[in-house]
Design a protein around this ligand. Structure first.
Ligand code: AMP
Ligand code: ZN
Ligand code: FE
Ligand code: FE
Length: 279
């Protein structure tokens, strides 16, 4: 028995707490375990696992891969992968390069709109290893600093989100390729926050490809959506997971939710592991 939160970001991507910091927070929140699921990187995991050992908190190695399907961004969570697997690391490196190119495109567009943002200003906002893996939230912080927008939501609505004036896309792997990559490195694949995509027809196709679970409980899923994805997971015979998508507080507001808001039983960690053992 015990509660675990299976969707947590750190300073290895766009979270505001270090890998050690999130483990400390998990202990304070009374959690028995967390999964570190940074965007397209596994860099924070070793540090978090070492801290977890000290504090008796189970830290699951995870990742959240940004994929693209029919023009929509779909996030695929991976759990229990071998974080030293060379194929996994190669794909994540390509994904990081894609995000970097995308950032440069966004900055170009902002400049074209008469908003003078530089790459140096963006990485100055990155906590932890500044040069590695900055994302759109860091660009948003620069826009707030410059008084272009007042809030993170405004930055995404007006400039950085899908309908924003400076939005840019680059090629990403498909969710099917992400499943393959996660499986090849020994992990289980779970579709993140499906309620955000309005793309339920994709889910059975992913299950055919070997999808292991659905993130049923997420802060952006209202109660009826939670029920819906719970039923869908049962119907498709895949696991149900939960996570807060914790990033920390940025510019005074918490995107998604505090650590420990969306949790599931610790047994789900084992269930995710079992998925791969019998292949
Ligand atoms: P990227 O991975 O660089 O494409 O950036 C996407 C990240 O932006 C995701 O991790 C989201 O958590 C974050 N994000 C999206 N919309 C918002 C928002 N309105 N406020 C804060 N963060 C956001
Ligand atoms: Zn994020
Ligand atoms: Fe996500
Ligand atoms: Fe996330």
């Amino acid at each position: 028995m015990g509660k675990v939160d299976l969707h947590v970001h750190t300073t290895a991507s766009d979270g505001l707490f270090s890998p050690v910091g999130v483990v400390k927070l998990a202990e304070e929140a009374g959690l028995k375990g967390i999964a570190i699921t940074d965007h397209d990187t596994v860099e924070g995991i070793e540090e978090a696992r070492a801290e977890g050992k000290k504090r008796g908190i189970e830290v699951v190695p995870g990742v959240e891969i940004s994929t693209m399907w029919q023009g929509k961004e779909i996030h695929m969570l991976g759990y229990h992968m071998d974080v030293h697997d060379s194929r996994l690391l190669k794909i994540l490196k390509k994904q990081q390069e894609a995000r970097h190119q995308r950032n440069l495109k966004i900055i170009d567009r902002l400049n074209e709109l008469g908003i003078p943002v530089t790459y140096e200003e963006v990485i100055a906002k990155k906590k932890g290893n500044a040069r590695k893996n900055p994302g759109r939230p860091h660009i948003a912080e620069v826009l707030i600093d410059k008084g272009v927008v007042k809030t993170m939501d405004e930055a995404f609505d007006q400039y950085l989100g899908k309908d924003g004036k400076a939005y840019a896309v680059v090629e990403r792997i498909s969710p099917f390729e992400a499943i393959e990559c996660i499986h090849q490195s020994g992990g289980a694949a779970v579709i993140a926050h499906p309620g955000l995509y309005e793309q339920d027809d994709l889910i059975p196709l992913l299950v055919e490809k070997g999808l292991d679970g659905i993130e049923m409980n997420h802060p952006d899923h209202p109660a009826d959506q939670k029920r819906h994805y719970e039923e869908l997971a049962d119907q498709l015979g895949v696991l149900k997971t939960a996570g807060s998508d914790f990033h920390g507080e940025r510019n005074g507001s918490m995107y998604h939710a505090p650590l420990g808001t969306c949790t599931t039983d610790i047994s789900v960690i084992k269930d995710l592991k079992k998925q791969r053992l019998y292949l």
